[in-house]
Each structure stands twice: as structure tokens, then as C-alpha cells.
Ligand binder design. Structure first.
Ligand code: AMP
Length: 253
């Protein structure tokens, strides 16, 4: 599902489901589109079939939560984690600047993510207005329920965590991805995250002011061994199901 207002992205969601649940999930998508922070003037919901044999099963990343007293402190932590994962200072700075100013040439949000060379900081996705949208990702019913229960136990359950953890787990699973940085575009949701194989999915709060519509995602890649076409094909088209849930850690303040 993708919802936009005056061509600017306002919300989106991806599922990979058994056809028997189609009606229920389509209704849920419509509900989510209409519950966006702004009433969209365009909603696109599409459904297509994937072959069961093509589905890959993965484990979700471990979830960590760090709560800071200032946005600056959360940004410093994001920078440290990205640096510790081998992302160059120029690449970190480029991502930060683009997420702050709006990643498109017009300074608006994209419906997809930027792909950034982890070394040079260059943006390499083919369409810098659209970005690359990760799709065909979901949990098994059991894994979704277990995740929901575990997040609730730690007081960090939010529909957004479930969605974003799925995206990050799919993106990080691919070897060419070194790390991901995300800031939600929702004005009421100020928690962002950094994800990598080594660090897991690290939620950082707050990464922006309440009320800010700025948001976006950056996938940092090792461009030396990257075939961009097959990387994007994986992100957009490879069906991936999360059937095992990683550790959920106690939030740290
Ligand atoms: P959200 O976390 O849903 O608030 O999204 C924050 C930003 O991440 C959006 O403005 C998009 O630029 C990007 N984004 C959202 N969903 C996806 C996705 N499925 N794949 C890639 N980028 C996404």
C-alpha cells in the first residue's frame, strides 16, 4: 500500500500473506492508509502472486532500544554505531544531510530508500525521487504473534516496530548491505533506528522533533562487490518470510 498527498509520500505498508487472508489484509491496508497523519489524495493498493518455492525464510535482527535525553545525543549514537560498522564519515554525513533536508531534489520525502556507497557517500539508486522500496516481506503468524508479545513485555510494542524490523531484517540479510539508517516521516513518531548484522536493530529515541514530517531511509552498501540490478531486485521482489524472532533486549536509558 502506498498513500500520498499532492504527490508526497504519507504512508506505506507491505505484507506477504496466504491468499486466504487477502480480504482481511486489504481492508487493514485501507484502514492504515486512511489513518495516515494526513488524509491522502491518492491510495494505491496492489496485490500479486508469488511462488511458494521462491520464498526465503530468515530470522529477525535482535532488537535493542536506547533512549536519550536529547536529539543530538541520539544522533551521536547513530553516528558511532554506523562508524563502528565501517561506514565512512563522509557517507554518514551525506545520509544525515539528505534525511534532514529531504532526500529528493525538491526536498520532499520519498516512498523508498536511498542506496548510499558506504565508502564514498555517493547515492547510487537509479531514481532519486522514488528511491527503492522494499517489498514482499512478512512474518509467519506465529513469529508475528511472538514478536508482538515480546515487544509488549518490554513496553516497546508499536505497529511501526513490527513493520520496520521486517524491512531492516530483509535488507541486512543481504551481504552487500553494510548498515541501514531510518528516521520515520510520521510527525508523531520520533524514534529512528540503525541496523546492521553486527549491531542488530538499534532503536534510537528521539531522532527528530515531534511534529517534524522529515524522514527517510538510507541503505549503506559495499559498492565494490555490488551488482546494483540484482541487489534492487532482491529488495523489491524476493519474497522473504521471518519465521524466527531474534532477541529483544531491555530498553537502555
Ligand atoms: P516510515 O518508517 O514508514 O515512516 O518510513 C520512513 C521513510 O522510509 C519513508 O519516508 C520512505 O522514504 C522510506 N520507506 C518506507 N517504507 C519503505 C520500504 N518498504 N522500503 C524502502 N523505504 C521505505
Amino acid at each position: 500500500m502506498r498513500a500520498s498527498l499532492r504527490k508526497a509520500h504519507v504512508s506505506g505498508a507491505e505484507r506477504l500473506i496466504d491468499g486466504a487472508c487477502l480480504k482481511e489484509v486489504l481492508e487493514e491496508m485501507l484502514r492504515r492508509a486512511l489513518a495516515s497523519y494526513a488524509l491522502p489524495d491518492e491510495i494505491r493498493i496492489s496485490a500479486d502472486t508469488v511462488l511458494p518455492d521462491s520464498i526465503a525464510c530468515i530470522r529477525s535482527l535482535d532488537v535493542k532500544t536506547r533512549i536519550f535525553s536529547t536529539i543530538d545525543a541520539a544522533h551521536r549514537a547513530a553516528k558511532e554505531i554506523l562508524g563502528a560498522n565501517g561506514i565512512s564519515p563522509v557517507a554518514i554525513e551525506n545520509a544525515r544531510r539528505l534525511l534532514q533536508s529531504g532526500p529528493t531534489p525538491e526536498g520532499t520525502n520519498m516512498r523508498g530508500a536511498m542506496i548510499i556507497d558506504a565508502l564514498t557517500g555517493e547515492r547510487i539508486e537509479p531514481d532519486i525521487r522514488r528511491g527503492v522500496r522494499v517489498s514482499r516481506i512478512d512474518y509467519t503468524q506465529e513469529a508475528r504473534m511472538l514478536l508482538k508479545n515480546r515487544l509488549t513485555e518490554f513496553g516497546i510494542y508499536h505497529e511501526r516496530v513490527i513493520d520496520a524490523l521486517a524491512i531492516a531484517s530483509k535488507v541486512i540479510h543481504r551481504n552487500e548491505t553494510v548498515a541501514e539508517l531510518c528516521c520515520s516521516d510520521n510527525p508523531d513518531y520520533t524514534t529512528g533506528y540503525v541496523a546492521s548484522k553486527k549491531s542488530g536493530y538499534v532503536r534510537l529515541a528521539p531522532v527528530k522533533e515531534e511534529g517534524s514530517l522529515r524522514g527517510g531511509r538510507a541503505f549503506f552498501v559495499d559498492a565494490r562487490n555490488l551488482h546494483l540490478g540484482s541487489y534492487i531486485d532482491y529488495l523489491e521482489k524476493q519474497p522473504v518470510i521471518i519465521d524466527r524472532i531474534g532477541d529483544i533486549c531491555e530498553p537502555l536509558t
